[in-house]
Design a protein around this ligand. Structure first.
Ligand SMILES: Nc1ncnc2c1ncn2[C@@H]1O[C@H](COP(=O)(O)OP(=O)(O)OP(=O)(O)O)[C@@H](O)[C@H]1O
Ligand SMILES: [Mg+2]
Length: 384
């Protein structure tokens, strides 16, 4: 993660007078700015998301941050960022204090590496779906599931862990759980479009009411992008054409874009989760996750990359999202992927290449033997 600014904001630290001191800004969004901060007495670092100054007098935005903080506080889950505190700056702006994660967003990962091996993509999306299930049980719909709100936390011994960030536009569905936070005082205007165009469910893109199945749709777009290195609507050049594609256009099957083998069952899972009608999707994040687990089980353990392969991956040129690499370039990860996908290829093709070669050799030997036998018979007959 690259801080935008390395000093404490030209002396204008929004946390002046609080327990925290700003060290740098990580990013600025519509409602807030994320800062790396240090606890003045303990010296420990956190990330604080503070409401932006231009919303200072906007009670509705402040209340949204209260909903975000309370949602995160209730969602204690290994794949959701932890919240520690909620407070106000001296000029009355709310801020949320969270654990500081080391790593980078999934957007960064995809821009750097291009499409991911199938098993890795499934593992990441399963973690996402597990986090979303926990939120949905409480009646919390995230509504902005996208690559930049998903963080890959580096861990010392195991692989990266996915952490869901940014419940800034979460919807609280009433009557689902008593443990849910109080819904925002100013509800979202009817017909308003909330979320990020390329990840929006068709119902959200049309300003209709959404429930947990909208998150299922957005998670399927994330999976599509991880498998293909591009999104389903990358050709669309305006928000209007993205909205229209979300609502009306059938997505191109991922197997047409991915450079690795996508099994037919994985493809049908992605396309089911991406159905236009919420009733035709997986009805819950849990059901989507269970379907992915059946594919993961058949794929077996994640492939262990040899050291040489790791070096190739690290030194690879970044591939821009939306631009497929030239079909002629085969990466080592693709080779491993193809091997991993053999169990699926088997039932589609019935016999593999090795078996075909064996059969050709057997056929050639038996043809030669029968030609020899025929020649011997004819020679014996004509000698007589
Ligand atoms: N706890 C964290 N640890 C490390 N980096 C973080 C953390 N929280 C946020 N970030 C970084 O800051 C960026 C912005 O954070 P976040 O998505 O929560 O806010 P936002 O998009 O600016 O918010 P909003 O759109 O609600 O105003 C993230 O994409 C991520 O790179
Ligand atoms: Mg965000």
């Amino acid at each position: 993660m690259t801080p935008l600014l390395d000093s404490a904001l030209d002396g204008s630290d929004p946390f002046e007078g609080t327990k925290y001191r700003s060290l740098s800004i990580l990013g600025k969004g519509g409602m807030g700015a994320a800062h790396v901060v240090e606890h003045r007495l303990l010296g420990t670092q956190f990330v604080c998301k503070v409401m932006r100054g231009r919303h200072r007098n906007n009670a509705a935005v402040a209340d949204r941050m209260r909903v975000e903080a309370q949602s995160l506080a209730r969602l204690v889950h290994p794949n959701i960022v932890k919240v520690f505190d909620f407070d106000f700056t001296q000029d009355g702006r709310p801020f949320i204090v969270m654990e500081r994660l080391e790593g980078h967003t999934l957007g960064h990962e995809l821009r750097t590496r291009g499409e991911l091996p199938t098993r890795e993509a499934i593992d990441i999306v399963s973690q996402l779906l597990s986090a979303l299930s926990a939120a949905h049980v409480l009646g919390i719909v995230h509504r902005d599931v996208k690559l930049e709100n998903l963080f890959l936390q580096r861990t010392a011994h195991a692989g990266p862990v996915l952490k869901v960030l940014d419940f800034g536009v979460a919807k609280i569905m009433e009557g689902i759980s008593d443990a849910a936070p109080e819904p925002p005082q100013v509800p979202t205007r009817a017909g308003a479009i909330v979320g990020t165009p390329r990840f929006l469910s068709p119902e959200a893109a049309q300003g209709k009411a959404v429930d947990q199945r909208a998150d299922v749709y957005s998670a399927s777009v994330v999976l599509y992008m991880l498998l293909c290195g591009r999104g389903p609507w990358d050709e669309a050049s305006s928000h209007a054409s993205v909205f229209s594609a979300q609502a009306n256009k059938a997505p191109t099957p991922p197997s047409r874009y991915a450079r690795k083998v996508i099994s037919s069952d994985l493809e049908s899972i992605v396309l089911t989760a991406m159905s236009k009608e919420p009733e035709e999707r997986f009805q819950s994040a849990k059901a989507f996750e269970a379907a992915l687990m059946t594919v993961a089980e058949r794929l077996g353990d994640s492939p262990q990359l040899p050291e040489s392969a790791k070096l190739t991956l690290q030194s690879k040129q970044p591939m821009p999202i939306g631009g497929a690499a030239s079909p002629g370039t085969l990466r080592i990860s693709d080779e491993l992927e193809t091997k991993t996908a053999i169990p699926f290829a088997k039932h589609q093709l019935t016999i593999g290449a090795g078996a075909v070669a064996k059969r050709i050799v057997t056929f050639a030997i038996s043809a030669a033997l029968s030609a020899l036998a025929t020649w011997w018979c004819l020679a014996t007959i004509f000698r007589r």
